[in-house]
Design a protein around this ligand. Structure first.
Ligand code: AMP
Ligand code: MG
Length: 484
């Protein structure tokens, strides 16, 4: 089937058995390989010659030797309410592998059928949302933002009832860890301090090995600070590329700081600070401009779960790291996007005024910064053309160019660096929608081509320029619901 250059482990099974239930996948009908990520397989230490063999794993009819599927138990806060009933309701952790470079990978089959934690769900995932998750994981990875990855996906003939009848699919999602903030909430609120400690030591041993040697108190304190800081930096990176997650429940927060669980996410087209991508989020709890605060609130839920094993001051100090980590990273990201290296006291107000302008004039966020990365090379026109009111653009450009006079780098050097942080290509909703329609008609080639473009979002790729086009009117306000 493949030449395996990885070592098989399943360290999650070392946790107390309240953390999981063994479940066999429920077979899908006639599962067909839809898309296989050969580059990622190579990184993980194997290669695949016959994709069809792997479709059987995706379809739940076959397991490789050593796979021992479990549904993980976790709980979490959903839209601010604690839900003790959560857990993998449709996904199974198959095993963990360690690649030739020592990197650990959890393999998680999403859409594998019902588990004891399915509640009212059917255990399935639909083609539309499976493609969206596949595309966005790879887009995020291309952008250099920490994320779970997509190894492969299958489609099947089973009908799945959502708002309408849809096609079933399944995704093998891989990540260094599938442990969520919600795992800690489960341990603290249902199992007790020993379980929290066991989980904590497990996470440190596998994912924070640089902390192992520290004495216990120090080890826990440093670990929590690091989780808080990783979370803050992740969200600062989302804000900088205009990514809205849509369902920032604490069970969707990765303990290692990956972007985790892609549902009704969106990248901003026209800049709109209050954008709500999840149409079931009527109050806008997870709107784009609220993500930084929500990240902090999730760290607070995690902090509460750590109270049984850490002292309150230590936890308080850890939480305090959030603001500085977020502000520092966000400011750095925005300075990079604007190409500013020299320190200037007016920079923060320039950044805030830029956001206000983009918000007021509904300017395309990605196109604006990309055009700005070529303002010396290509002139003002590509920036001006993004504004109905050209005078607004002219005044802003005059201020910007005045600020650039304080910079010492050559223009072309600055713009070269700017193009490495301001993507030309992002996963716009309309692009995802187009390849989903093709895939629903059985053609996965457009999806594969889009993935190739998104793997190199900062490269010019003139042959793919159409993927950088602004959304057509139909593509601007696509309703994405939570039902996936
Ligand atoms: P999500 O909103 O995708 O993060 O899911 C929240 C919870 O609902 C998780 O525990 C999922 O496993 C579960 N879930 C979501 N969709 C389904 C489904 N179709 N069948 C069973 N469980 C589901
Ligand atoms: Mg989830």
């Amino acid at each position: 089937m493949s030449s395996n250059g990885f070592r098989v482990e399943h360290r999650y099974l070392e946790l107390p058995d309240s953390f999981y239930t063994r479940v066999q996948p429920s077979p899908l009908k006639d599962a067909k390989m839809a898309c296989f990520n050969h580059k990622l397989a190579q990184e993980m230490g194997f290669h695949v010659t016959n994709e069809a063999d792997w479709a059987k794993i995706g379809g739940g009819t076959e397991l490789l030797e050593g796979m021992d599927p479990v549904a993980m138990k976790y709980t979490g806060h959903q839209f601010g309410m604690y839900n003790p009933e959560l857990g993998d309701g449709r996904g199974l952790l198959l095993w963990e592998t360690v690649g030739p470079d020592g990197r650990r990978w959890d393999w998680h089959l999403k859409g594998a059928g019902m588990t004891p934690y399915s509640r009212f769900g059917d255990g399935r995932a639909v083609l539309r949302s499976t493609i969206r998750e596949y595309l966005c994981s790879e887009a995020m990875s291309g952008l250099g933002i920490p994320t779970t990855r997509a190894l492969f996906m299958v489609s099947a003939r089973n009908p799945v009832r959502r708002e309408s009848i849809e096609t079933a699919a399944a995704l093998v999602r891989v990540a260094q860890s599938h442990i969520r903030f919600g795992h800690f909430e489960f341990a603290a609120h249902h199992e007790g301090p020993e379980a929290v400690k066991t989980l904590l030591e497990h996470v440190i041993a596998l994912h924070f090995p640089h902390l192992i040697k520290l004495a216990e108190e120090e080890r826990y304190a440093r670990w929590f600070e690091e989780v808080v800081e990783r979370t803050a930096r992740l969200i600062a990176d989302w804000q900088a590329v205009g990514f809205c997650h849509g369902v920032m429940n604490s069970d969707n927060m990765s303990i290692i700081g990956d972007t985790f669980d892609y549902g009704p996410f969106a990248f901003l087209d026209d800049f709109d600070a209050g954008y709500i991508c999840n149409h079931t989020d009527q109050g806008g709890r997870y709107a784009y401009n609220r993500q930084p605060q929500v990240g902090f609130a999730n760290c607070q839920y995690l902090a509460n779960a750590l109270l049984p094993v850490m002292d309150e001051d230590t936890i308080h100090n850890g939480l305090q790291r959030y603001e500085a980590a977020y502000n520092g990273r966000f400011l750095q990201n925005m300075r990079d996007k604007l190409g500013l290296v020299q320190e200037d006291e007016g920079d923060l107000s320039l950044i805030m005024d830029t956001f206000s302008m983009l918000n007021e004039h509904h300017t395309d966020y990605t196109a604006f910064f990309r055009a700005l990365s070529n303002v010396y090379a290509h002139g003002h026109a590509p920036v001006r053309d993004l504004f109905v009111d050209r005078q607004v653009a002219d005044e802003w450009l005059a201020r910007y160019e005045q600020r650039l006079e304080k910079e010492t780098r050559a223009h072309d050097e600055r713009e070269f660096e700017m193009r490495r942080v301001n993507p030309k290509y992002i996963l716009r909703n309309y692009l995802a929608q187009q390849v989903i329609l093709e895939a629903q008609n059985g053609d996965y080639e457009p999806m594969k081509e889009l993935i190739k473009v998104l793997e190199r979002p900062y490269d010019e790729q003139p042959e793919h320029a159409r993927y950088a086009a602004l959304p057509p009117d139909w593509g601007k306000h696509i309703n994405i619901s939570c039902s996936s």
